[in-house]
Design a protein around this ligand. Structure first.
Ligand code: TYD
Length: 225
């Protein structure tokens, strides 16, 4: 398969414990096997500066506006120095979380003002490659949807929790509602995967979301991540 010349931007979302990581790695391998160059990255983070901001956001207490400004500052640096150049080169960008996480965590979880987040989104994601007023969004967002109580049980034995992982189940219920609102507002961009299933079945859902759109050729085997 020859590499298409247009870039592809895919983000992965879900509450902590939803189990994104192995599937992101699996998709990276699947795209590479089909001749694509893959940029595998994450938010907050993905650049030296943004990784410093990530450490602050995950480790230090702060008010929700400060938190929102820091995740968007990290996003701007990441978008301008990593994501946009990779898309311009025609690569597949797989990003572990993007702006929907801000609407879900800061908007839903923290209850921070959504209009302010939308303003920041327009400022940060307006990029020269797009026509005036357009905002960079993923071509597809794969949302691993899992009940908050199930995710909490999965995380119970995990390493020391960060500021978000330490939140109660009720916080994650608000985060889920935040994701649901984003998915309802932009349904064509979202693929909701029921993550409360065996890993192999979740993987099939992930692959199907890509093959349906013609962005990944059918895989030889159902071999998961
Ligand atoms: P996560 O992506 O789950 O990484 P890890 O698998 O290493 O724990 O952690 C990032 C955390 O940051 C997660 O709890 C969600 C939170 N977050 C926000 O609150 N706002 C954002 O805009 C982003 C991108 C992440």
């Amino acid at each position: 398969m020859t590499a298409p010349s247009t870039g592809l931007f895919i983000s992965f979302e879900g509450i902590d414990g939803a189990g994104k990581s192995t599937h992101i790695a699996g998709l990276a391998n699947a795209f590479k096997a089909q001749g694509r160059t893959v940029t595998l990255t994450r938010e907050p983070g993905g650049t030296p500066l943004a990784e410093k901001l990530r450490a602050l956001v995950l480790g230090d207490a702060m008010d929700p506006l400060t938190e929102s400004l820091l995740v968007f500052a990290a996003r701007r640096d990441h978008l301008v120095t990593v994501i946009e150049p990779a898309l311009a080169r025609g690569e597949v960008v797989l990003c572990d979380r993007f702006t929907d996480a801000t609407f879900a965590y800061q908007g839903g979880g923290r209850g921070f003002d959504l209009d302010t987040l939308s303003t920041l989104e327009r400022w940060v994601q307006g990029v020269p490659a797009l026509a005036d007023g357009a905002v960079r969004q993923p071509d597809l967002t794969i949302w691993f949807d899992l009940p908050a109580a199930t995710a909490a049980a999965r995380l119970a034995d995990a390493r020391a929790p960060d500021r978000f992982e330490a939140q109660p189940v009720a916080f994650f219920e608000h985060v889920i509602a935040g994701y649901a609102a984003r998915a309802a507002a932009q349904p064509q961009r979202f693929a909701r995967i029921n993550a409360d299933q065996p890993r192999e079945q979740v993987w099939r859902g992930v692959v199907q979301a890509l093959t349906q759109r013609g962005w990944l050729a059918a895989l030889a085997q159902g071999g998961a991540a």
